[in-house]
Design a protein. Structure first.
Length: 161
């Protein structure tokens, strides 16, 4: 099987493909950019967070790109410190005051207009944490199953079930 080459999605340079859609130079630049964003978010915690506009100005990363990171959930523990605008009413709120792309008030209003019942934020967080717990348990089971494999007497793999 030969090596696979492809064009970088950012700079269009040809490179040997790995797990990333970007060449090594663009991957390094992306990592540095993300690290700067994350570091500023973490440092803004004592001040109650930082607005997406201020974060964009400090790092020169476009607001749209920061929103993409936010939506993908890549900020992890720094997410609560990002103050981002509701896409319906434009109010600036933290991640804890949002349900997806909208603030809680807009989410509830939209749900009422659509005549659907919206779970409370507390219920949604509980449901989300339960899903995360189940996923962690599944991952633990998968890793334990892989660990149970061992080499037998004749070098072949024996799996215990």
């Amino acid at each position: 099987m030969g090596t696979m080459v492809t064009n970088c999605k950012k700079c269009n340079k040809i490179f040997q493909q790995s797990n990333q859609p970007y060449c090594p130079d663009c991957t390094k630049a992306e990592d540095e950019k993300f690290s700067a964003l994350y570091r500023i978010l973490q440092n803004s915690a004592p001040k109650g967070g930082i607005s997406i506009d201020a974060l964009s100005a400090k790092t020169e990363v476009p607001v749209e790109e920061i929103e993409k990171y936010f939506v993908e959930g890549t900020f992890g523990t720094a997410t609560p410190y990002l103050q981002i605008y509701c896409q319906a009413c434009g109010v600036k709120c933290t991640a804890l005051q949002r349900l997806g792309r909208y603030c809680i008030a807009c989410s509830e209003t939209t749900a009422a207009q659509a005549k659907v019942q919206v779970k409370s934020l507390k219920e949604l967080r509980k449901l989300h944490s339960e899903e995360q717990r189940l996923e962690q348990q599944a991952e633990l089971l998968r890793s334990n199953k892989a660990k149970r494999s061992c080499n037998g007497k004749f070098g072949n793999t024996v799996k215990y079930m």
